[in-house]
Ligand binder design. Structure first.
Ligand code: GDP
Length: 298
């Protein structure tokens, strides 16, 4: 994950280690290199600017210049600031907000190909491991293969799937599914909504109507980490019409440079809750900012 960024940052730290002592000039030099590494990893420029500003303010302070192990202190400052942009320390550990009156309703949204249907299955699997009785809802009615895909995933997971192949009304399907979930005493309902190639008005209107009809506890926006800043921009646009409660970043196992992961929280203001790390159902993790920061620097 983020191999190039990892190499570059470690290169900066190695150079610092060689210095007899740190002063303003070699810290400035190191920060310049960190800045380049982040920009090359496709991190949003405003995020980079704030990040460098914060690291600089701390690094130029007495703490580093007077420290006996200045390089270690510098690395710790970078680590802490990475944790900050990834979501901060007081993080809700990627937990789903479960409604005290079941079923908890989770709506999944995202562009076609982002990994929405796969992530719906993965999330169902994760919740089933926590002994939750889950219903998957095939709301992506414009892509018939999505219904088949969700039903296959349901069989694989042993999870009930609600679908209505004859219906062209995604909002009604969501409502009917919720009724079915209540009758069958489900704890959690995960609705896979339709995705398009681009965010368009029609898509947003349908998702907003579905939201109003089922009043979800969580709206999770699924974004493909491989698409870098595009993923961030789409998440931002999506949020302007519909407040997501969290983000799932998929395809983190690919050669994504890190830009999406490092920018999406700061740009959208929404927490990154889960990451997808492969095509298989188990390849899915709750997101922890400090673990991710350690992976980036590790
Ligand atoms: P949707 O159109 O948003 O529902 O996207 P799909 O769930 O059908 O996923 C699109 C493609 O991405 C499929 O081939 C998935 O197997 C793949 N995919 C989804 N999540 C991941 C992931 O975390 N890692 C990898 N490598 N592939 C993924």
């Amino acid at each position: 994950m983020f191999a190039t960024l990892n190499d570059k940052l470690n290169g900066v730290f190695k150079r610092l280690k060689k210095q007899v002592r740190l002063d303003e000039s070699n810290i400035t030099e190191a920060l310049k290199m960190v800045r380049m590494a982040l920009l090359e990893a496709d991190v949003n420029y405003k995020v980079v600017k704030n990040f460098i500003g914060s690291v600089q303010a701390k690094a130029m302070g007495e703490e580093v210049l007077k420290s006996l192990t200045p390089d270690q202190v510098f690395i710790k400052i970078v680590h802490d600031e990475l944790v900050e942009i990834l979501g901060g320390k007081d993080y809700d550990e990627g937990k789903i907000r479960l409604n005290s009156q079941p079923p908890t309703v989770i709506m999944m949204a995202g562009l076609q190909g982002s990994g929405k249907t796969t992530s719906s299955g993965k999330l169902a699997g994760l919740l089933m491991k926590q002994k939750r009785n889950v219903l998957l809802v095939a709301g992506d009615i414009y892509r018939p293969a999505a219904i088949d895909q969700l039903e296959t995933l349901g069989k694989q997971l042993g999870c009930d799937v609600y679908s209505d192949r004859d219906s062209r009304d995604a909002v009604k399907i969501a409502k009917d599914a919720l009724e079915y979930a209540k009758k069958t005493a489900k704890d959690v309902v995960i609705i896979d909504t339709a995705g398009r190639l681009h965010i368009d008005e029609e898509l947003m209107a349908e998702i907003v109507r579905t939201k109003e009809a089922v009043n979800p506890d969580e709206i999770l926006f699924v974004a493909d980490a491989m698409t870098g800043q595009d993923a961030v921009n789409v998440a931002k646009a999506f949020n302007e019409s519909l407040e997501a409660t969290g983000i799932i970043l998929t395809k983190m196992d690919g050669d994504a440079r890190g830009g999406a992961a490092l920018s999406i929280k700061e740009v959208t203001g929404k927490p990154l809750k889960f990451i997808g790390t492969g095509e298989k159902m188990g390849e899915f993790e709750a997101f922890y900012p400090d673990r991710m920061a350690s992976r980036i620097l590790g």
